[in-house]
Design a protein around this ligand. Sequence first.
Ligand code: MN
Length: 133
Amino acid sequence: MPQNSKKTVLIVEDNYQNMVLVKEILTLNGYETIEASSGTEALKILTERGSEIDIILMDLHLPQMDGITATRIIKSNARISTIPILALTASAMKGEEDDILERGFDGYVAKPIEVKKLVAAVSDSLEGRENGR
Ligand code: MN
């Protein structure tokens, strides 16, 4: 695999242990990662380096600006609105799943994080994007 074909994931997570875990899983599976610990930091990174980012993993509960607000802002900005956003959420009960999708997220990954589910969600979402789905 050529170096430049690596996909870049922006991880937005304020819990250190979750951040380390997600970063390690993605790195081991061939992804580049960029880290942000709040919604405002994520938006700053997207403003400066949005074209480098292929997919976003967004925690919902974050300091300064929560993940739902950050997602609403991202999805209203034409320059970055096509980047898929997966919610990182402990509340992935039926019904809440629909709520997450209605709020503009493209999918979710349930916490506690399971390696296979995280990797599958990220790769499925990236494939969907490339196929224009
Ligand atoms: Mn959090």
